[in-house]
Design a protein around this ligand. Structure first.
Ligand code: FAD
Length: 286
């Protein structure tokens, strides 16, 4: 297994994000997707975590299964929400025992279930500190180019992010649609004295119906993107192609400016990522 901090030190990384399947059908889809994406030789792949006993097991099983049965280099996500410090320490120790060295340490969102247990760690930084104390992890954190939705203002968010990233090894951003938002984030961090790698997160918008959902996830699709997507409507395939083109143009600009890596939110399908790779001439990497 390769530590992501070392990979970033050696050159640009390309990575894919997956969520653990909840049923047999999702499992079959994921197996097919992994088979289709493995030839692109990603530097690492990451597996999300939703919290709760079942999700804890699903993420663990997928991450350790990838390590045992594929050539992929997995990273586990972990959130503070609804866990005691001891539980989080147990999860981290289990990952280390299984040979997992890459972790994305996250705050997580407040649980929707009012009966969910109160979490003991308030912010991702505390999880970074806990993982450091256990030792042996290459640690990533989340960054929000336009600021985290719960932050009172951008400057406060940037200060908390700078402190967190200083303790970690690298950051991966929430998806965004304008390159300037990413460059603004990197510049703000530099001014705060932090120059650790910040990997841009890429999410293609492949349907008009997903546009309102993106806004609720903290990254509104800008009018110039909506205009290009609407111009292709009502042909759903043409809208999808326009979305892939827009994402490819964004990636092209980011790569041209020398970003340290590129992280694709795959939603467990391979088509969009493979098409963007082809547009960028990256397919030959595999
Ligand atoms: P934090 O760094 O804890 O920040 C949360 C808020 O608290 C921010 O407003 C921040 O400015 C503020 N803050 C931080 N430190 C302090 C402090 N000391 N005092 C006061 N305020 C502070 N969610 C999941 O549930 N599962 C996943 O697998 C998952 N994967 C993700 C992957 C990526 C790449 C990204 C970008 C997000 C992911 N998320 C995931 C979403 C994430 O959990 C949410 O955005 C969550 O609301 C915040 O997480 P964070 O790690 O940024 O939290």
């Amino acid at each position: 297994m390769a530590r992501i901090a070392d990979l970033l030190g050696a050159g640009r990384t390309f990575s894919f994000e997956f969520f653990p399947p909840k049923n047999d059908q999702e499992q079959a889809t994921l197996v097919r997707t992994l088979r289709e994406l493995e030839p692109l030789a990603p530097s690492f792949v990451s597996v999300t975590y939703r919290g709760g006993r079942e999700s804890r097991q699903r993420t663990y099983d997928l991450v350790t299964g990838m390590l045992r049965t594929t050539t992929l280099n997995p990273m586990a996500h972990l959130i503070c929400v609804a866990h005691t410090r001891l539980e989080l320490a147990e999860i981290l120790v289990d990952y280390r025992k299984a040979g997992i060295e890459n972790l994305l340490a996250l705050g997580g969102d407040p649980p929707k279930d009012p009966n969910a247990a109160e979490g003991e760690l308030a912010h991702a930084l505390e999880l970074v500190d806990l993982a450091r104390a256990i030792g042996g992890f290459s640690l990533g954190v989340a960054a929000h180019p336009v600021g985290h939705p719960r932050s009172p203002d951008l400057a406060t968010d940037r200060r908390h992010l700078a402190e967190k990233l200083l303790a970690a090894d690298f950051a991966i951003t929430q998806f965004f649609f304008r390159a300037e938002e990413y460059f603004g984030l990197v510049e703000d961090l530099r001014r705060l004295g932090v120059d650790k790698p910040v990997i841009p997160g890429i999410m293609p918008v492949t349907s008009l119906s997903s546009v309102p959902r993106m806004a609720t996830m903290g990254a509104a699709v800008p009018p110039e993107w909506v205009e290009r997507l609407e111009a292709a409507a009502p042909d759903a395939e043409a809208v999808r192609r326009a979305g892939i083109e827009l994402a490819s143009e964004l990636c092209d600009r980011l790569l041209g400016e020398g970003v340290p890596g590129m992280h694709f939110y795959t939603l467990n399908t391979s088509t969009a990522t493979r098409e963007i790779y082809a547009n960028l001439g990256l397919s030959a990497r595999g």
